[in-house]
Design a protein around this ligand. Structure first.
Ligand code: FUB
Length: 342
């Protein structure tokens, strides 16, 4: 376990420009931060980036991560603890490589880590692992969650205690291979290549009471334009690419996601966890580095965005997690965060 001292300028999360530019930790590379508040402490479940010596490609093979490490802090801007390995790919019996963006949840004394990793056939599945501690170590189930595919799991728990799993990502995330519901190895490596048809949409399923399996088959979450029509495949500024994250504010459900090759975090709103969600705008403009991946969490009265960029390394596959305050307008729209590149 290591504890990082916040850099000068990290103290005040308000409208502090330097605060926005500081990685949460500099000792290891971290990305895809899924932030939660458990028992009053902030826990961040990121990818743990490493340099595996693999050149960049459109399938993301350079993201060859092998384990997860949890970050935690008492307050935004406070010292960040880097916890020991929470889960190693060698301890997941069905997995082969690429431990990508994880998420976590808590229920009845157990913490659940949801993670995407390729199986021995090279197909992304979602795994689940449990621990009595929010920082692990987590023990993985011997099989992936039945009926899951693609990557970037995100779990949202509604006020009634029901939890939902969101998954999906195109290109290296393989969602295009599942367009018909079964795996098609010949589907290509990007998307459906039908620019004037509805885009590939993220998937949702309710979790069962045990939180380790989906209680229904994965189904599409619709992201609609202002006319109520599905966002089209050619609409790269608005179509879903990866990095689902759902939260609720008042009676509104916010579905937030990355637009991938246009590098934005976008958001859409609806009145049910299942959607449909109507596109509303941009949460976070492009950051330094190709990927953009985030989470949004309320701490006390303040909402916070967690995200990453490549400030420390200048390399797409070696990212660092950051945080910034998030501000809502009176009508529920979000003020776009400028990542303030230097
Ligand atoms: O970190 C690997 C992948 O890069 C994630 O799963 C994607 O969301 C992108 O950030």
């Amino acid at each position: 376990t290591q504890t990082a001292t916040p850099a000068a300028g990290d103290a005040a999360p308000a409208a502090n420009v330097r605060y926005l530019s500081q990685p949460l930790v500099k000792e290891i590379y971290t990305a895809d931060p899924s932030a939660h508040v458990f028992n009053g402490r902030i826990y961040v479940y990121p990818s743990h980036d490493i340099d595996a010596g693999i050149p960049d490609d459109d399938l993301g093979n350079q993201y060859a991560m092998r384990d997860y490490r949890v970050l935690s802090m008492d307050r935004i801007g406070g010292p960040v603890t880097i916890h020991d390995v929470a889960l190693d790919v060698k301890d997941v019996p069905w997995a082969s490589k690429q431990m990508w963006a994880p998420d976590a949840a808590y229920k009845n004394g157990t913490y659940f880590l949801y993670f995407p990793v390729k199986d021995k056939q090279g197909i992304f599945r979602i795994g689940v692992a449990t621990s009595k501690s929010p920082t692990g170590p987590f023990k993985a189930d011997p099989q992936p969650m039945q009926g899951t595919y693609s990557m970037d799991p995100a779990v949202f728990t509604d006020a009634d205690g029901t939890s939902y799993l969101y998954v999906g990502g195109i290109w290296g995330g393989q969602l295009q291979n599942w367009a018909t519901g079964t795996y098609n190895k010949d589907a290509g490596v990007t998307d459906l290549k039908q620019d004037d048809k509805p885009a590939l949409m993220p998937r949702i399923a309710r979790l069962d009471a045990g939180m380790k399996q989906i209680a229904e088959p994965l189904k599409e979450v619709q992201i609609l334009d202002e006319q109520g029509k599905p966002v089209l495949g050619g609409d790269h500024d608005r179509r879903f690419f990866e990095a689902s994250w759902v939260f609720k504010r008042g009676n509104t459900y916010y579905f937030t996601y990355s637009t991938g090759d246009t590098h934005k975090i976008a958001y859409a709103t609806g009145t049910s966890p299942y959607g449909p969600f109507t596109y509303r705008g941009v949460v976070l403009n492009p950051v330094q580095g190709w990927t953009n991946h985030h989470s949004i969490v309320q701490v006390g009265d303040q909402w916070h965005l967690f995200y990453h960029d490549t400030q420390l390394s200048g390399k797409n596959h070696l990212r660092n997690v950051k945080t910034a305050p998030l501000t809502f307008n009176a009508d529920g729209t979000i003020q776009t965060v400028e990542p303030l590149l230097k």
